[in-house]
Design a binder for this molecule. Structure first.
Ligand SMILES: [Zn+2]
Ligand SMILES: [Zn+2]
Length: 218
């Protein structure tokens, strides 16, 4: 899916150019309705964007063609920023946390988070881990990934990889987990309580309850 901002941009360009086309048509009355093709000027960014925009136009069946213009204009900057991911707040070019579900939020602190295994999801297995972090979540997630790559015993992701995806390469492991923030807390006690509540609610398969305050069933 393309970001909404880009759709608005294209929509605007189509409208502007359609209006221009009507003006042209009124002065050249020979042209018939079926011959009318509107040209939309868009700054050239790269081939991926050309393909994506051509795809949108094809699907929309709008009689619009794109004239790609060169040069780094304001327009191309707008398109680039509309298509690119939000920047990593930690300033990382490749941030596992931003790339695994927390785009632009990898520095969040005092959160209860949920990690799920993408490989298992494909096989209709819902393998979850719930944890809490008072430090920026990216530190904790990187530790989880490191445990997973090392297949470290007594760690949730390490044991999961060892038990279910033993042959997975390091780069496969780095992109095999999805992380979301479930809730946040003001202090450690609040975080622990929130974590325990989420564990009881979601019954994550990868939690051993060792690190949490177990809640008595009531
Ligand atoms: Zn990041
Ligand atoms: Zn798995």
């Amino acid at each position: 899916m393309l970001p909404y901002k880009l759709y608005t941009l294209i929509d605007k360009a189509i409208k502007i150019n359609t209006n221009r086309q009507y003006n042209t048509r009124s002065s050249h009355k020979k042209k018939t309705e079926t011959e009318t093709v509107t040209y939309m000027r868009l700054p050239y960014v790269d081939e991926t964007i050309v393909r994506r925009i051509n795809g949108i136009l094809k699907t929309s069946k709008a009689p619009v063609k794109v004239a790609w213009t060169s040069g780094l204009t304001l327009g191309s900057k707008l398109i680039t920023s509309a298509l690119s991911k939000p920047p990593c707040p930690a300033g990382q070019r490749h941030c596992h946390t931003c790339e695994s579900g927390l785009k632009g939020k990898c520095t969040s602190k005092n959160v209860v988070y949920k990690i799920s295994c993408n490989i298992c999801k494909i096989n209709m297995r819902n393998e979850l881990y719930i944890g809490e972090s008072s430090r920026p979540i990216r530190y904790r997630f990187n530790e989880h990934l490191s445990d997973a790559r090392k297949r470290k015993p007594d760690t949730p992701l390490g044991e999961h990889i060892a038990d279910f995806h033993f042959d997975a390469s390091d780069s496969k492991i780095n992109s095999s987990f999805n992380i979301t923030i479930l809730t946040s807390g003001r202090d450690n006690a609040e975080l622990k309580i929130a974590e325990s509540i989420q564990i009881r609610k979601l019954k994550p398969t990868l939690n051993t309850m060792k690190s949490s305050w177990p809640l008595v069933h009531g």
